[in-house]
Design a protein around this ligand. Sequence first.
Ligand code: GDP
Length: 439
Amino acid sequence: MLGNLGENLTNTMKKLVGMSVIDKKTIKEVVKDIQRALIQSDVNIALVLDLSKKIEERALEEEPPKGITPREHVITIIYEEMVNLLGSEAAGLDINERPYKILFLGLQGSGKTTTIGKLCRYLQKKGFNPAVVCTDTWRPAAYEQLRQLTEEMDVPLYGDPNNKDALDLAEKGLKEFKNRKVIIFDTAGRHKEESDLIAEMDQLDDIINPTEAILVIDGTIGQQAGEQARAFSQATDIGSIIITKLDGSAKGGGAMSAVAETGAPIKFIGTGERIDDFELFDPERFISRLLGMGDIKSLIEKAEENIDEDIAEKTMNNMLKGKFTLVDMKNQFEMMNKMGPMQQVLNMIPGMGNKISKEASKMTEDKIELYKIMMSSMTQEEMENPKIIKQSRVQRIARGAGVEESEVKDLLKYYNNTKKTMKGIGKRGGRLGGGAMNR
Ligand code: GDP
């Protein structure tokens, strides 16, 4: 897939794994390799430079989390930054209304018809029975191609090769299939003038009022894909993009990154001519495959667990010693964000979860956010030694955070209560021979 890009990147990662030392020189060498591979795949130079700068800076400046070697750390950074290049999480289709109307757009030859077939098969496998409407009045063979494709899969098709009015076809198709769960509208991919094509898409968009407009783009055109996505998005709200022909395409990396830059999510990719050569696009999975790191996810998880453990361990130790500051409380909030209820964190101390969780369960997310804002208006000294926060400081903090003084006092009350309960736990924990964290 993607020509040599995958191979080049995998080789770079293997080289990185084999390096005896990881230092500035080796990091620069690896970044150069990545740059070369991406530029060969037609990724925009500015994007490549930005990416390599980020990788280099993070690799040189960030401390590897506990339990992670510098080598693993650099791999993680490369992986994360590459994922960022392609957007966020896998978006997929959320078929949440009936009928779910999908308007398919794309230039002729982009693979639109083939992709409609692929999507029908994909939806059938998910238990949906899609129907297709052909509004392409421009290409005589369009209806016939769709007819063969849909017939094989038992997908109902509405179309009329003698009707030359795309808008009329769309209206009739809509009526015909109004009780279906999913309706897919194929559209023309060519007109005499490009502006006519865009105008027709605009009108179809008005009539169909699609739940989702999907643009199909040929991945072999490289970074021009970005401009194409922008041109279509002027006519209709492009909800998502499918990039085709990524099998063996030398320029696919350019197409994907350029599209991601426009902000439209890539939802599926086409990886061959057969009906099943189609996959849900998941940036994380895609990049880890491209980098040849089957187990990269577990590596990342290990890193994240360690970050949490580090904070948890420090906070727990302070709690057990009865030395609980606002810094620890802030860490607690962070942990709650990451790990869910405080209960889980406190379960590390045998039999101790209950008391605190009552206190913590009163905390709503909004309140935690508010507390965090107030804490960011405090000085380091105040955070570490909250006793010094008297009236004048309360006033200043309230002003800085844009809240009422009573809210700052409320935060301090919560802190004092938590501290008191923590002290109790520390003593009991001590009697019990120490909590799990001390083992
Ligand atoms: P349309 O004009 O946009 O409807 O394009 P078609 O669906 O007719 O496809 C044009 C050509 O691209 C056909 O030969 C398809 O087999 C081919 N094609 C479509 N998708 C892919 C893909 O993901 N990989 C490859 N290699 N070929 C594809």
